[in-house]
Design a protein around this ligand. Sequence first.
Ligand code: COD
Length: 163
Amino acid sequence: RSISAVYPGSFDPITNGHIYIAERAAALFDEVVVSVLLNPQKKAAFSVEERKAMAREALSHLPNVKVDSFSGLLVDFLRQEQSRIIIRGLRALSDFEYEFQLALMNRQLAPEIETLFIVTEARYSYLSSHAVKEIYQFGGAVHDMVPPGVFRRLRERFPLPGN
Ligand code: COD
């Protein structure tokens, strides 16, 4: 039988760090569902539809990766997809506490579901959606941190003189 995994996140917007994790996961599983989930703690810059469109474009080279969205509990999305594996990416030690809490909470909610962590590559270890938005809005160069479609949408969303 085929094994599917879910890579959930805010993806606001998707970055080269997220793409790296999706590529590693796609090499391990028959199918990977990248799911844009609502994170109530974070105020989003892009709508769910925009985030999905950017992710779809950025991951179109991976035939076994599909992009979806969900607004309830992550574990309910996994049950809907009949998947038992959550993929998360780890950057620095600072990710650990949050990720640990999320993984234990999800296990409490659904003991049959496992969270698997994929360690990032050194060059992406400082990269986050939040940093990309902040750097871009202060006029910094982000074109090598995000795929071209995301760069284009950043320019549309936050027009800057000279960009
Ligand atoms: N390199 C490697 N990995 C990275 C990088 C990078 N440069 N950048 C981000 N990542 C990883 C993150 O560590 C994370 O694992 C994943 O990619 C996604 O990151 P984000 O920031 O887009 O997504 P988050 O952390 O905001 O996602 C949180 C969820 C939306 C998954 C969470 O809030 C959730 O499950 N919400 C649904 C409600 C729910 O079920 N709550 C109960 C659980 S407490």
